[in-house]
Design a protein around this ligand. Structure first.
Ligand code: PEP
Ligand code: MN
Length: 345
């Protein structure tokens, strides 16, 4: 149930409503929007909504019929903007996150960070803990990798997104990571979801490769119901019968998630298609369809990358794509940060 308080409501009136909800066994999540305070009441109880409509200061009461409550659009109809050090995800600006699949060395991070920053990216990606399909593949540099990406990102004024695979890695986030990524393979690792939900660090939750959008939103609900409401969703392609691409990018997920949920949704075209020269068309389509951001693999020497080189853009391809994305964003009422140096060609 969602209770929208009137603009003129007093703190005392809000407290009365919260007290009543708690006495009826609800968990209450308070959210202060631009205009209204909204109380999300989560619980199995069926109550007469009129009991709340009659309370002083209450504007309206809605039942949320979806199984996800805190993630549903009704909980925050105006949409959520997740702000991290001045970078706003879910607002008018389309936020670009880019970088290598995996951290390999400081020099690698430094070269890539400089270029993506100049092209207009705001956030650097790079895995230190890698969820590899084979246990014999490179598993990432671990904490050392986090230190390297942090240092390069700080030098060039970028935020860091990196994957957390186990709850034991969570304390590292505080020192090195601005956005914790929960990967496709862990989308239904409910223990991990609850544990990231107990932190204050924003979370990028990737759609499981066989997950429905309801599954994705219920996974977000695990994180939010544990207290952390700063969740960004990510469509990264799903498993279908199509074999020409690594996964199938579900473009329709973007407008459907925007309808169902107030959470921002970004797109990872790199893992979706898995082929370098197909990444740009999908990235352009995602921005045209309303994505709030993109997560793109880019590498200064992709042919020799330790992981996912075949789907990583060369840096000059990334520069060119950013120019194209800027035009598309403008055409759909959005924007992308300007490049700080003029890109040749
Ligand atoms: C990644 O982004 O590094 C990654 C492993 O992606 P996914 O979880 O989507 O496979
Ligand atoms: Mn990768």
């Amino acid at each position: 149930m969602v209770i929208v308080m009137k603009q003129s409501t007093t703190e005392k009136q809000i407290e009365v409503v919260i007290k009543k909800l708690v006495s009826q066994g609800f968990d209450v999540h308070r959210s202060t929007g631009v205009e209204h305070t909204i109380l999300g009441a989560v619980g199995a109880q069926v109550v007469d909504t009129r009991d709340y409509e009659l309370l002083d200061g209450v504007k309206e009461v809605h039942r949320i019929t979806e199984p996800y409550k805190l993630a549903s659009r009704a909980f925050r109809p105006e949409g959520s903007i997740i702000e991290i050090d001045g970078v706003k995800i879910g607002g008018e600006e389309v936020i670009i996150m880019a970088g290598p699949c995996t951290v390999e060395s400081y020099e690698q991070c430094d070269i890539i960070a400089e270029r993506i920053k100049a092209a207009g990216a705001k956030i650097m990606r790079g895995g230190a803990f890698k969820p590899r399909t084979s246990p014999y593949s490179f598993q990432g540099l671990g904490v050392e990798g986090l230190k390297l990406i942090r240092k390069a990102a700080d030098k060039h004024g970028l935020l860091v997104i990196s994957e957390i695979m186990e709850s034991g890695q969570l304390p590292l986030a505080e020192d090195y990571i601005d956005i914790m990524q929960v990967g496709t393979r862990n989308m239904q690792n409910y223990g991990l979801l609850r544990d990231v939900g107990r932190t204050d660090t924003p979370v990028l939750l990737k759609r499981g490769m066989s997950a429905t959008l309801s599954d994705l939103l219920l996974a977000a609900e695990y994180i939010m119901s544990a207290g952390n409401h700063r969740v960004i969703l990510c469509e990264r392609g799903i498993r279908t019968f199509e074999m020409h691409t690594r996964s199938t990018l579900d473009i329709s997920a973007i407008p459907v998630i925007h309808q169902l949920s107030h959470l921002p949704i970004i797109v990872d075209p790199s893992h979706a298609v898995g082929i370098r020269d197909k990444v740009a068309p999908l990235a352009r389509a995602a921005v045209a369809a309303g994505a709030d951001g993109l997560l793109i693999e880019a590498h200064h020497d992709p042919d020799n990358a330790l992981c996912d080189g075949a789907q990583s853009l060369k840096l000059e391809q990334f520069d060119k794509l950013m120019e194209e994305l800027r035009l598309i964003a403008g055409a759909v009422g959005r924007s992308i940060a300007e490049a700080s140096v003029r890109v040749a060609g």
